[in-house]
Design a protein around this ligand. Structure first.
Ligand code: GLU
Length: 474
């Protein structure tokens, strides 16, 4: 039940298919979905495709795919606004008949001139309502017109309650006689939004705070039709590192980009839900825990800064929970990469072992994939600078001696480690130094996962070959 109006909870996510799913929109969808699940309610998706120029089927598919990837699907068939144009026109006619809306014949050129004039005066532009008093133009030469809503606000401010922001007050001068139908007969966002939310019996509108200034217009429309308005909750923006609204300049903003980079949907959702919402100091939530604890009261009133390092941390947490076999499947599904093609000589079991070796050290699937493929191949370059900081001389001699030690040795983790330990003791080296030198010879870098596990995976012949290869480079 909706705690405020005692109706079964029905919420919706209403994307416009004019781009890929933005991570801010995913968070909005998630908050709606969690709210529905928490209250045993219904979650719906409505496609706001009234902008025929910018809306495309490709974007719609991409949006739905991104939502489905994170497990968000509509509980009822999707609603498409573009197929409801006739209905919106009927509702506009009703308001015209009731004298709650009027035809406006001002041309775009006239309006633009007025907008520019107000800009020069540094005033807020508001339509001057001049067509309110007109009757229809001569029907024999019909002029193009838009349908405007007659806004009547008795006080200086329009005040409404918001479940996140508390009481919101919007200056009445910001709410002018807005357009319901454009001159080509298409419907505007505010008008279609109200008609559909009412028809879908939406009890709670949870959306981004960029819509805060639309809310008075929508509430006034509800009043004009005599409908009960839903309650509202406006979610603060996701901010970039500079404190401004997160934008492309700050890095990836769409869900598809995060998927391609190798973020897991559970991690992205966990991170996004936690961004601007909290339950004590819990950071990692199962889906069940999120549903159980979610409440609009837990959402902060101010914007939350997007922190990619924290997202990486959450992602690495979830990567650790998967089996190597599941990770290999995700390489194909999410990264669209074929690991068998990139590591042709390995068996499935060996591939899984390589994945297991790097699994705890990767913050994205892509990083993990690249590490495995990199280790499978001969080092493409060597980090000489760091090696020299570590061992000044003798490196070649040490490597040659180690090569001898490895001859006829069973390549098993424990045996290898005992052998190298004994070698260090005999020649008075630190184990860590020798491990780093070996790692350098095998991978080109002095840091990385356990050297002995790696040696087992590479096998004796490959280890000898790589050591000889690096010796020749000194
Ligand atoms: N189509 C609008 C958007 O994508 C929906 C806003 C709303 O939820 O009312 O921002």
């Amino acid at each position: 039940m909706n705690p405020q109006n005692n109706k079964p909870v029905r919420v919706r996510f209403a994307p416009s298919p004019t781009g890929n799913l933005h991570i801010g929109s995913l968070r909005t969808a998630l908050f709606n979905w969690l709210f529905a699940r928490h209250h045993n309610g219904t979650f719906l998706i409505r496609v706001e495709d009234t902008d025929v120029v910018r809306s495309t089927k490709e974007f719609e598919h991409s949006l739905m795919e991104s939502l489905a990837w994170t497990g968000i699907i509509s509980d009822e068939p999707l609603m498409y606004q573009a197929s409801r144009m006739d209905l919106y026109r009927q509702f506009a006619d009703q308001l015209l008949k009731e004298n709650k809306a009027y035809k406006c014949f001002c041309t775009e050129v006239e309006l633009q001139e007025k907008r520019e004039a107000t800009q020069e005066r540094q005033d807020t532009y508001q339509y001057d309502k001049r067509c309110r008093a007109l009757v229809d133009s001569d029907p024999s030469s019909p002029k193009p017109f838009v349908v405007r809503f007659k806004v009547v606000i008795e006080s200086e401010n329009f005040i409404f309650a918001d479940d996140i922001k508390g009481q919101v007050s919007i200056p009445a001068e910001q709410v002018d006689d807005f357009v319901l139908l454009r001159s080509d007969g298409t419907v505007t966002y505010n008008f279609a939004n109200v008609i559909d939310d009412n028809e879908m019996q939406i009890t709670q509108v949870i959306r981004g705070e960029e819509h805060l200034f639309n809310t008075p217009k929508q509430i006034l429309l509800y009043q004009a039709f005599g409908y009960q308005a839903p309650s509202y909750a406006h979610i603060p923006l996701i901010l970039g590192p500079s404190g401004q609204k997160l934008s492309k300049r700050d890095g990836a903003t769409s869900v598809v980009e995060y998927k391609k980079e190798g973020y897991l949907p559970q991690a992205l959702c966990n991170y996004l839900v936690r961004l601007g919402w909290s339950h004590g100091d819990l950071e990692i939530f199962t889906q069940q825990e999120m549903i159980e604890h979610f409440s609009l009261q837990g959402i902060n009133r101010s914007g939350a800064k997007f922190d990619i390092e924290k997202l990486k941390w959450v992602n690495s947490f979830y990567i650790k929970t998967l089996t190597p076999a599941a990770i290999i499947e995700l390489f194909a599904k999410d990264l669209e990469k074929n690991i068998a093609q990139d590591t042709p000589d390995l068996t499935d079991a060996q591939r899984q072992a390589w994945v297991a070796l790097y699994q705890d050290r990767s913050s994205t699937l892509k990083e993990l994939y690249d590490q495995v493929v990199k280790s499978y191949n001969l080092p493409a370059s060597y980090d000489w600078e760091n090696l020299r900081k570590l061992i000044e001389k003798d490196a070649v001699i040490i490597l040659q001696l180690l090569q001898q030690e490895f001859v006829n040795l069973e390549f098993e983790k424990h045996q290898l480690s005992e052998k190298v330990k004994a070698f260090c003791k005999l020649h008075n080296y630190k184990m860590s130094e020798i491990a780093q030198l070996l790692r350098f010879a095998l991978t080109g870098s002095i840091s990385g996962p356990s050297i002995f596990e790696m040696m087992v995976l590479l096998g004796s012949r490959e280890v000898q070959k790589r050591i000889s290869g690096v010796i020749a480079e000194f």
